[in-house]
Design a protein around this ligand. Structure first.
Ligand SMILES: *Cc1c(COP(=O)(O)O)cnc(C)c1O
Length: 453
């Protein structure tokens, strides 16, 4: 075992060091060679060292360098050093963390982390926190609590009675709702297509004046951090209206919720803390390894009623409460470990600095691209930048050219009918020098295609 782990440590270390110099997206040859990982199942056992050798030889070159400093696609984030190391420990421990009786340490680490999270995000000390796989499941879990609460007011226990014949429940979303939230609605029997959509402004924010009338049978799903523009729905106004009407507000804050941890950016999320439930990713801006998300719920009793396999509401205040009572999973890995390590290694100031630095770097991207003559399509207030290089074909060609160049990786998107390159800055590893190097690459590729200067 020791020999295997030591050689794997050497492989992993070499891999991480190579990220500084290698192409961000793997070469076509590396991707083609992935067939070497397939083929027929070997009949005899294979020595572990040989298994790892094959994994490293064919797997490592075909990875996307999301752990490196110049990957700006999909708001991924990297993995802080302490979180990767803690992840290795968690693998060695192999704890089943759904039940206290199965792993005191896994549960204790989550319990230790909960007040830290609630404190830095300002979500109220009595808010329940569940550790899930990502924002999709966090949305699912938060909305399940909402569904339970709304129907329980009619004396309908959705967990026991299901949805057939249940009282109707309304769902209001913004026109810029993330697909993962719609997926959560579909999984919960609330339907992707029966939502009431609210028109949005030029930044993708819900227009409050166009909101439908809310009532106590309504779930309003708002966004903290639009996946393209980074914009926030006007939470303060929406939460106030919802509270008056008795409606439930759920926030998809996959990455944007972390703005609350930065004194300089928290104003963007004004009012978000007044909601009833929230979804956030840890594997994005908190920079822990995949997979890791967080669901927060102001009403622990509804979350527990929706999630507990035992329907044991009496557990709410009980020391017997187990992590599984708050999330869909029963057995799961000790997901809180990396979050604990991230929070300790960053501290309150380090977390604020990480958010702030990435926002500053996004602003630098916008400034540099604008100075080069290109059009920024969004107000760059958070970590997201959308840039157009001309018409759709040119913009798509520049995005493809940058991806091909390999210095950095930015994705393409369509924003209010226009093609754009999207730059998401969310990694702890990105230095200001990486931003300059990436800017130089993007402008070089764009100038070559557009015919500047
Ligand atoms: C990434 C993202 C999601 C989905 O998160 P997963 O971790 O991929 O499940 C949902 N909403 C927004 C706004 C996102 O950026």
């Amino acid at each position: 075992m020791r020999q295997l782990l030591e050689s794997t440590l050497a492989r992993a270390t070499r891999y991480l060091e190579d990220l500084q110099t290698r192409r961000v997206f793997p070469s076509a040859e590396a991707v083609a060679d992935l067939t070497e990982l397939g083929g027929a199942l070997p009949e005899p056992p294979e020595p572990s060292e040989q298994v790892l050798e094959r994994l490293d030889r064919f797997g490592s070159p075909a990875t996307t360098a999301t752990a490196g400093p110049r990957y700006f696609g999909f708001v991924t984030g990297g993995a802080l050093p302490a979180t990767l190391a803690a992840n290795w420990m968690a693998g060695a421990w192999d704890q089943m963390s759904g039940l206290k009786v199965a792993s005191p340490v896994a549960v204790a680490l989550e319990q230790a982390t909960i007040p830290w999270l609630l404190d830095v995000l300002g979500l109220g000390s009595r808010t329940a926190v569940g550790f899930v796989t990502g924002a999709t499941m966090a949305n699912f879990t938060g909305i399940a609590a909402a569904r339970h609460a709304v129907l329980a007011r009619h004396g309908w226990h959705v967990g026991k009675q299901g949805l057939f014949g249940a009282p109707e429940m309304r769902v209001v979303v913004g026109d810029e709702v993330h697909v993962s939230l719609l997926k959560a609605l579909s999984l919960l029997g609330l339907g992707r297509d029966r939502v009431e959509r609210v028109p949005v402004d030029a930044q993708g924010r819900m227009r409050v004046e166009s909101m439908p009338r809310l009532d106590a049978d309504t779930l309003v799903c708002i966004q903290a951090g639009n996946v393209n523009s980074g914009a926030f729905d006007p939470a303060q106004e929406i939460c106030a209206a919802a509270r008056e009407a008795g409606a439930w507000v759920h926030v998809d804050g996959a990455f944007g919720l972390w703005a609350l941890a930065s004194p300089q950016r928290a104003h963007l999320a004004r009012g978000v803390a007044d909601a009833d439930s929230w979804a956030a990713d840890a594997h994005k801006w908190l920079n822990v390894p995949y997979d890791s998300g967080l669901v927060f719920c102001r009403h622990p009793e509804h979350l527990m009623s929706a999630m507990s396999a035992q329907d044991a509401a009496y557990l709410i205040t009980s020391a017997d409460r187990d992590p599984t009572d708050l999330v869909p999973e029963m057995s799961r890995r000790a997901r809180g470990i990396e979050i604990w390590a991230a929070m300790r290694s960053l501290g309150r100031s380090g977390l604020a600095e990480l958010i702030e630095r990435n926002c500053r770097q996004a602003a630098r991207f916008a400034e540099g691209l604008e100075a080069a003559g290109y059009e920024i399509l969004n107000e760059v207030e958070l970590n997201q930048v959308m840039v157009s290089f001309g018409d759709g074909d040119i913009t798509d060609a520049v995005t493809a050219g940058v991806q091909e160049d390999g210095t950095c990786w930015c994705g393409g998107t369509v924003w209010q009918g226009r093609s754009a390159m999207r730059i998401s800055v969310s990694s702890w590893a990105t230095t200001d020098a990486d931003v300059e190097r990436s800017l130089e690459c993007i402008i070089r590729v764009a100038d070559g295609l557009v015919g500047y200067p």
